[in-house]
Design a protein around this ligand. Sequence first.
Ligand SMILES: Nc1ncnc2c1ncn2[C@@H]1O[C@H](COP(=O)(O)OP(=O)(O)OP(=O)(O)O)[C@@H](O)[C@H]1O
Ligand SMILES: [Mg+2]
Length: 644
Amino acid sequence: MKDIPQLNILIVDDDTRSTDRLTMALKKMNLSVNAVRSGTKALAMFKDKPVDILITDIHMPEMNGLDLSRQVLDSYPDTQIIMMSVHMNVKTVVDAMKIGASDFLQKPVDAKILYDSIVSSITKWQMRNELRIAYDNLESEKELLAVTMRSIGDGVIATDLDGRITMINRVAEELTGWQARSAIGHDLTDVFYIINEKTRQLCDNPVQKVLETGHIIGLANHTALIAKDGSEKSIADSAAPIRTSTHKIIGIVLVFRDVTLEKVVNEELSKTKKLESVGMLAGGIAHDFNNILTSILGNINLAKIILDPSNEIYEYLESAEESSRRASKLTKKLLTFSKGGEPIRIPRNIYELVRESSDFILSGSNINCRIDRSPDLWTAEVDKDQISQVFHNLILNACQSMPEGGTIHIVCENYLKKNMKQDSVPLKEGDYVRVVVSDEGVGIHPEHMEKIFDPYFSTKQKGGGLGLAVSHSIIKKHFGLIACESIPARGSTFTLYLPATRVSETPKRVPQDIKGQGKIMIMDDEQVVREIARRMLEKSGYSVVQAEDGQAALNIYKKAMKNKNPIDLVIMDLTIPGGMGGIETIKKLLKIDSKARAIVSSGYANDPVMASYHQYGFVGILDKPYLKAKLLQVVSEALEQKTD
Ligand SMILES: Nc1ncnc2c1ncn2[C@@H]1O[C@H](COP(=O)(O)OP(=O)(O)OP(=O)(O)O)[C@@H](O)[C@H]1O
Ligand SMILES: [Mg+2]
């Protein structure tokens, strides 16, 4: 008796004598018993405190025991019901059982029999309760597992020992393109189709590998998952056996994640680092070389101006000038590499630049070129010379990849990067102009793919291997991106992204044969540079004064102002060894005369000052070495600004 929990028992019977007798007997047996005389009162008792065991007579005047039981079980399904009746027939018993009564007793009920029936009901009640708790626990564990699986950021697939899928989570559904309802029951290799990215060979089935070793296995590097729609993603993953508490393997579980973006970003980073270190070296050499070239090219240029073109020497000078110009181009290429090289950016119509480059390279060749563009193509702020150099390199490479001729297809379009999830292009969110250059050439061997942007990597007999390295460096400095895809013997596609500005293009200046007037001061520590500029300017009608450093320039400027013969424009060298250079001089000059106009000139084309010359107070820039036409154009533009 002491094993019986203290349950709440209610007897319902309109026969008071029978009720009293049973109540007393049960109380003596240490059970907690209440009694009422009608169904309505019984229901009211339930409201106060639920009853565990209901013992009810069937035949009662107001509400019979069957109806009462029905109502009780509707609201309190865990209640155990014992029914009693004087009139026992098969129908009544069947009805009582149908409702869910656990026992049926003939009246008058013997107290001992009732007690046994109660004990049996209690046992049933206990079993049912335990079952319900176990079921609830199972349900909440199932729910927890489902929520955990859904929330895991990695793809998870479980299989049985035959490799058939038993579970697949949401991320795995997204990555494989298979919905759980169609994937479950399928062979893993149908859904999780993995190949080696480099060799394109099918990878081993992870289920077999796990079953063979019995251990956790990681997948080899360069594994790509081919989704149901054929799209490809780089993945990293592992597979592990699922074991029971007795260590028996009953299946395997695969965990994998998309590393496409991570991989692209890392590759991009190492490419940039490699180029930066080479760039520093190249930049150092190129600076010095550029200064020497300024003098060579300037002198040749002047000599040509003096000489009659019919003179025999003229031809030699022309070829010397041409070689110097090529040397200058090479130093420019190297300079664009070097650290800190800032492009001078102006909003440009990229389509125009592409077209100019392709016209230039492809004229007279056996290559067709189709250029498409979005009608509303955005502009991009670019350094025209540098970006043209990129297009030049790409188109030239495409051309060289098709020695038998073919078609180059170029598309210029707008590209809106919304978020990192959109695609695997590692760019910040924003507007871009995208240029895609595709050829039908020899393509690039997969093993060469990693090296094509390295300086001096070339597969061509006469290739310098600088084209793509320089292009990469230029695009980086424009906060853009360049990427390549290629299929050997089918062709290559280079895609580049440049941040778009959505502002209108700066109108083009028509270069003029300028005959100018005005007084110009040249400030440069190198006498030869001053001389060349003086001669070029004087020939075009300007009057020229010279200063060898900033201090001398300021003195001359002040004196000229005082004598009412002011200087209209100063051309300042950016760096004067041992003297006052351009930045300090312009500061002081603007204090003397807030309307003073100055152009900054430098062989250090990649100096940041050259890119943001306006901020320092200059009205123009002049790259060294320069030819007469360029000098005159920059000077006349600067003087025009004065009258604005
Ligand atoms: N469109 C292309 N088709 C096939 N291979 C290409 C293409 N573009 C580049 N390559 C490969 O990349 C290598 C490097 O190109 P890059 O332009 O840097 O140098 P290069 O063309 O060899 O020499 P340079 O441009 O300095 O004259 C090439 O030698 C070639 O193997
Ligand atoms: Mg090239």
